[in-house]
Structure formats: structure tokens, C-alpha cells
Design a binder for this molecule. Structure first.
Ligand SMILES: Nc1ncnc2c1ncn2[C@@H]1O[C@H](COP(=O)(O)OP(=O)(O)OP(=O)(O)O)[C@@H](O)[C@H]1O
Ligand SMILES: [Mg+2]
Length: 146
């Protein structure tokens, strides 16, 4: 699995623990092209923030990654790159990001992880990677790269 996580993600992966989800995200963080936006689709509690915790691990970020629902976004700087973690749950449009100067933080190499990306589709670049997270009837968590 480790060797070709992107191909596996395109097929769709099932995880049975939060650590397994973090592990996949951590590997992905080292493989995505520099300066990629990752749109994390999926309902409440499917594991989007858990996935971002794994991305942070992969970038060598040691400070905790928590749900930024109340402060919209969090900026992390790690030895292998910067991580913008944005939770758009409470947003109505991408216009609300105007004036925050998020771009100033995005000094290469970076990853931007967006929860609830459908709220701000106008902000997402064309080369955004779309990941769909879900939970099966058997309570397994699933992750699929579009
Ligand atoms: N296989 C798994 N993958 C991811 N999370 C899991 C898994 N199994 C259990 N969990 C648990 O499910 C919860 C997922 O919560 P998380 O905050 O990551 O979801 P979320 O998609 O960010 O939700 P929200 O939309 O509210 O922000 C965590 O408590 C995590 O520990
Ligand atoms: Mg979350």
C-alpha cells in the first residue's frame, strides 16, 4: 500500500481506525505535488479533521491539529512544508476569504486542506485534488480520490 498510495486512493480505501486514516494521509502528504489544495468532502464525523492530522504528521508538524470550526482556519508551519487547514462549514461563499491574505502564508511548498469545500468552490483552483470521505453501513471509514 505504501508504494502507491495515490493509485490505491483512486480505487478507494477503507480504514478501521483513526490512526489508519492518519497514516494514509501522512503518506499522501509526502507524495502530492508542491502547493496542492486538497478538498475533503464528506459529512459530519467522517474523518476530515483526522485526515488533516495525518497530513500534518507527514509534513513533520508536531503541534496538535484540531477542528478549526470556530476560528475558520489554522496555519501550521512544518519542516517539510506549510499546512493551511480551513474549515468552511460556517461559510456561505468564497468571498468571505477575501482580505484574509491566506495567499501570503502559502509560501512553497504547501498543502491547503479544506473541510466542507463545497461552501467555497469559487476559491478552489482547477488542479484541486478532491477526496471523498464516508462511512459504510459496517461503520468502516472510506476515502476515495476523485
Ligand atoms: N477509520 C477512521 N477514520 C477516521 N476517523 C475515525 C475512524 N474510526 C474512528 N474515527 C473517529 O471518528 C471521528 C472523526 O472525526 P473528525 O473530526 O475527523 O470528522 P470530521 O469529518 O472532521 O467532522 P466535522 O465535519 O464535524 O468537522 C474521530 O473521533 C475519529 O477518532
Ligand atoms: Mg472536522
Amino acid at each position: 500500500m505504501a508504494s502507491n498510495i495515490c493509485a490505491d486512493l483512486r480505487q478507494g480505501l477503507t480504514t478501521s481506525s483513526a490512526d489508519e486514516t492518519r497514516d494514509i494521509a501522512s503518506k499522501l502528504a509526502t507524495l502530492v505535488p508542491n502547493d496542492t489544495v486538497l478538498a475533503l468532502h464528506g459529512d459530519l464525523g467522517v474523518g476530515k479533521t483526522t485526515f488533516v492530522q495525518g497530513l500534518a504528521q507527514g509534513l513533520g508538524i508536531t503541534e496538535p491539529v484540531t477542528s478549526p470550526t470556530f476560528n475558520l482556519y489554522t496555519l501550521h508551519e512544518g519542516p517539510a512544508g506549510r499546512l493551511l487547514h480551513l474549515d468552511a462549514y460556517r461559510m456561505e461563499s468564497a468571498a468571505e476569504l477575501d482580505g484574509l491574505m491566506l495567499e501570503d502564508f502559502l509560501v512553497t511548498p504547501w498543502i491547503a486542506a479544506i473541510e466542507w469545500p463545497e461552501r467555497i468552490t469559487d476559491w478552489l483552483p482547477k488542479n484541486t485534488w478532491h477526496l471523498h470521505l464516508g462511512i459504510t453501513a459496517e461503520e468502516n471509514h472510506t476515502i476515495k480520490l476523485q
